[in-house]
Design a protein around this ligand. Structure first.
Ligand code: ATP
Ligand code: MG
Length: 232
C-alpha cells in the first residue's frame, strides 16, 4: 500500500539550486516525527519556502532525497501524494464564490465536513459573523477579508481534505495577533494527528512546536525548542 498513513518525513542530504552553482539549500538533514509540529524560522531568502516547494514536488532536488513514511517522495502515486498533503500558502487566494465554495474547492464533501474543518481552523466564529455566514460571497465582487482571515480560510480548505501532513507558510503581511493566536490554537489541536511544518516570521507562532529549525542562507543553523532558542 503506497498511501501515506503516518506522515513521517525525512530530508536526507538535500541540496537544491534554482540556478546552477547557486545552491539555495545546502546538504539539509531533518527528521520530522509523525504527528509532530516543526517550525521553520529564518531571515527572508533563507530557503524556507523552497523547502516546502520541494516537499510539494514543485521542484526536484539536485542531491539528496525526501522520504515520506519511508518511501521516496517522487515515487508516491499522485493520488496518495495529493491526499496526504495540505498547504496553507504564504499568499492565500480566494475564488469568487461563497465561503462554503472557498473551503470545498470543488471536492465532494458535506456542509458538516466544511463546518468541522472551519472549526478546526478556528475560522468558524469569524465566518458566522459575516453578513450571510457560510453563504457570504468572497473574492472578486464579494466581501473584503484581511490576509489573516484569508489564511484561516486557507487553513480550513486544507483541513477539509483531512491531510496527514500540513504545510503552512505564514503570511508576511501584518497579521493581527488575534488571528495569529487562532492559527496557533488550531495547530496545537492537530498535534498527534497531523504532521505540521509551519514557516513563521515570529517565533511566538512556534511557541508549541516540538522543534524549531532556523535556516540561514540555506543551511540549518539552529535547532531546538522555542524556549531553548529564546535563550540564544
Ligand atoms: P521569505 O521569508 O522572504 O518568504 P524564504 O526563506 O521563503 O524567504 P525562499 O523563497 O525559499 O526564501 O528563497 C530562497 C532563495 O531562493 C532566495 O535567494 C530567492 O531569491 C531564491 N528563489 C526563490 N524562488 C526562486 C525562483 N523561483 N527562481 C530563482 N530563485 C528563487
Ligand atoms: Mg517564503
Amino acid at each position: 500500500d503506497l498511501r501515506v498513513t503516518q506522515g513521517a518525513i525525512r530530508f536526507e542530504h538535500l541540496q537544491f539550486s534554482y540556478k546552477p552553482g547557486q545552491p539555495v539549500l545546502h546538504d539539509l538533514d531533518l527528521e520530522v516525527a509523525p504527528g509532530s509540529f516543526v517550525g521553520i524560522a529564518g531571515h527572508t531568502g533563507s530557503g524556507k519556502s523552497t523547502l516546502l516547494a520541494l516537499l510539494l514536488r514543485f521542484y526536484q532536488p539536485q542531491q539528496g532525497r525526501i522520504l515520506v513514511d519511508g518511501q521516496a517522495l517522487e515515487q508516491l502515486p499522485d493520488e496518495a501524494f495529493h491526499a496526504a498533503l495540505g498547504l496553507v500558502p504564504q499568499e492565500p487566494y480566494l475564488i469568487a464564490g461563497t465561503v462554503r465554495e472557498n473551503i470545498r474547492m470543488g471536492r465532494a464533501m458535506s456542509d458538516d465536513r466544511i463546518e468541522a474543518a472551519a472549526r478546526d481552523a478556528r475560522a468558524h466564529d469569524f465566518l458566522m459573523a459575516l453578513p450571510n455566514g457560510y453563504d457570504s460571497r468572497l473574492g472578486d465582487g464579494g466581501l473584503a477579508v484581511s490576509t489573516g482571515q484569508k489564511q484561516l480560510i486557507a487553513l480550513a480548505r486544507a483541513l477539509a481534505g483531512d491531510p496527514r501532513i500540513l504545510l503552512l507558510d505564514e503570511a508576511t503581511a501584518n497579521i493581527d495577533s488575534a488571528t495569529e493566536s487562532q492559527v496557533g490554537d488550531a495547530l496545537r489541536a492537530l498535534h498527534g494527528r497531523v504532521t505540521v511544518i509551519a514557516i513563521a516570521h515570529r517565533l511566538s507562532t512556534l511557541r508549541d512546536a516540538d522543534q524549531i529549525v532556523v535556516l540561514n542562507h540555506g543551511r540549518l543553523a539552529e535547532r531546538g525548542t522555542h524556549d531553548a532558542l529564546m535563550r540564544i
